[in-house]
Design a protein around this ligand. Structure first.
Ligand code: NAD
Ligand code: ZN
Length: 339
């Protein structure tokens, strides 16, 4: 097991990577605990949490809304939750985003922790203290920065994931290696089978490495004033794809990474060989690299993006593998790219 710390402005967070979820009670405070899960995770793991009341919500992004938050507030009230109550969110990125937000605003904030059950949430969503929901079609429009007391990531839980949900997590891992770890990128290139077969040691090392990268960036810039923007690699275009095509977050990010690689190639900041390596790695991990429809709508969604400045959009571009920078890209430049 590897333990990492994030120093948040409000509180610190302990990340437990490779800890068995059977030990979760060791990390709970001695007070009322309420568990939040989606129906699928409850069906798979609910029996391990029966000592506590469980608030169940539906799956998918369509539930990541203020009305779900309102529903959770109502159930917390019915369960007599008070300032000393601890909310334990058990699930993927959606449950962590919703649970962290609900806990942060109920009674102006109660303590909370995560058991992170998808690869995507273990390497990304549950790390860093961004919590929130979508609003009027915009991703993560309403929310807070607030760190969970702990995040427990047990790689054994990943074995029940669907292939698609597993692959989505790899998109965020590739993103982290592209931002700052050329060595891990190469290791992943050379161990695709181990990754896809969720070989425990390999996956644990991969998750720990990814979390180390993200935690290192968050510790420098929790509120995304500068350095943390690098983590948006693949996400500017990715969020537009997610919104217009309704594909899973990880798949959209993969397409966004391929677009960023292409823009970087066109600007000469990565070589044709490195561009090909990025595309090949995404493909080997069964991730999509292009969209075949609704190009115009995606461009329109991009223009409505929060990161826009006039007719230009903030994009994270690559400098070789393992380094990135924030650049402005014009709509014309975007229209020109072909994958
Ligand atoms: N806060 C952040 O910094 C941050 C970062 C990245 C992504 N996100 C958010 O994370 C969300 C995507 O996360 P996700 O892909 O984990 O989504 P998710 O929570 O919907 O999980 C995907 C699916 O896997 C199921 N599942 C969860 N754990 C399982 C398990 N162990 N076995 C079998 N099935 C399981 C869920 O029921 C769901 O159907 C998006 O909303 C995205 O915006 C947030
Ligand atoms: Zn993401």
């Amino acid at each position: 097991m590897e333990k990492l710390e994030i120093q948040g402005s409000l509180s610190n967070s302990t990340l437990l990577i490779g800890e068995s979820f059977h030990n979760y009670k060791l990390y709970l405070p001695n007070k009322q605990v309420i568990v939040l899960m989606d129906d699928k995770v409850r069906g798979l793991y609910g029996k391990y949490f029966e000592d506590y009341p469980i608030i169940e919500i539906g799956q998918t992004e369509k539930n990541k809304t203020l009305s779900t938050i309102e529903n959770i507030m109502g159930q917390l009230l019915d369960l007599n939750a008070d300032r000393s109550t601890f909310l334990l969110a058990v699930g993927g990125g959606i449950i962590c985003d919703i649970g962290g937000f609900a806990a942060s605003i109920y009674l102006r904030g109660i303590e909370f922790g995560f058991i992170s059950t998808t690869l995507l949430s273990q390497v990304d969503a549950s790390v860093g203290g961004k919590n929130g929901v979508n609003f009027k079609g915009f991703k993560n429009m309403v929310g807070v920065f607030n760190q969970p007391s702990f995040v427990l990531c047990d790689q054994e839980m990943l074995k029940t994931l669907s292939t698609e949900d597993l692959n989505c997590g790899f998109a965020e891992i590739v993103k982290h290696t592209l931002i700052s770890d050329a060595e891990m990128f190469e290791k992943l290139e050379n161990n695709i089978e181990k990754a896809l077969n969720i070989e425990t040691d390999f996956i644990e090392a991969l998750v720990a490495n990814s979390v180390r990268i993200k935690a290192g960036i968050v510790n420098k810039d929790e509120k995304e004033k500068g350095e943390r923007r690098k983590l948006n690699l693949g996400h500017t275009y990715g969020h537009a794809v997610e919104k217009v095509l309704g594909v899973a977050h990880g798949n959209a990010v993969s397409i966004g990474l391929a677009i960023s690689a292409k823009l970087s190639l066109n600007r000469g900041t990565i070589t044709a060989n490195d561009y090909q390596r990025v595309v090949n790695l995404l493909k080997a991990l069964n991730l999509p690299i292009m969209v075949t429809e609704k190009h115009e709508e995606i461009l329109e969604a991009l223009l409505m993006d929060k990161k826009r400045e006039g007719n230009e959009i903030h994009f994270v571009l690559m400098h070789g593998i393992g380094d990135v920078s924030l650049e402005l890209i014009s709509i014309e430049e975007l229209k020109k790219i072909e994958l």
